[in-house]
Design a binder for this molecule. Sequence first.
Ligand SMILES: Nc1ncnc2c1ncn2[C@@H]1O[C@H](COP(=O)(O)OP(=O)(O)OP(=O)(O)O)[C@@H](O)[C@H]1O
Length: 242
Amino acid sequence: MANGVILEGRGLSKAFGALRVLHDVSFEVRTGEVLGILGPNGAGKTTLFNLVSGDLRVDSGELAFAGQPLVGQPPYRRCRIGIGRTYQIPRPYVGMTTFENLLVAASFGGGRSEAECYAWCAQILRDCELSDKANRSAGTLTLLDRKRLELARALASGPKLLLLDEIAGGLTDEEGRELVSLIRRIRDRGVTIVWIEHVLHALLAVADRMMVLNFGEKIAEGVPEDVIKDPEVRRVYMGVEG
Ligand SMILES: Nc1ncnc2c1ncn2[C@@H]1O[C@H](COP(=O)(O)OP(=O)(O)OP(=O)(O)O)[C@@H](O)[C@H]1O
């Protein structure tokens, strides 16, 4: 693995029965960057995250995190070594408060002791602007706050690498800007981010590089200005010919 690369995938493939979802995808994520992932619905983006987090097993290919092989490691272990993720459909424990949700993530996901957890989670609530909702039941939060909580839960496990799966959808422009500034702050604290997003202007506001998938194959990669001008990307993702 090259220096400065926190996550590396080589020749990753995944199929569900006859449906080939990822085919021979290779990529690198550099330490400290925000890598955006674009692609039409069904391109295999979430499946790629599931392979990295361990929610799904790879059919073939290799994954390495900070130089250590990931394939074969269970999801909880990947979380403990520093891979955090959010889900497209937020998965809070709706019967618990916002703060309790973080405590679970910090203790079970991050392996922190009870003594450490309170101050750690209180700081994350502040960072994610959720302190005033600490004692609210997670099921009663607004959409923006549910997204903040989804981020906060991922942060509570203490990730070095954060995988964000379509976190900006459904927000107003103002809410989207708030979320983007939160993601920037997380990046500025040294967390490497890979972000799958259809809300292109949100992704463009933060991404250092982008990678585009189509039918399970990587069709483009590079700095955002070049990727969004790529004729193949414009054709498959934006529906623009020529
Ligand atoms: N567990 C599964 N079993 C069977 N098929 C699946 C499974 N998970 C995903 N798929 C299929 O694999 C394909 C890729 O799905 P995936 O969720 O990775 O796409 P995506 O690029 O994230 O799409 P979207 O932008 O709509 O979220 C889709 O056709 C989907 O229906």
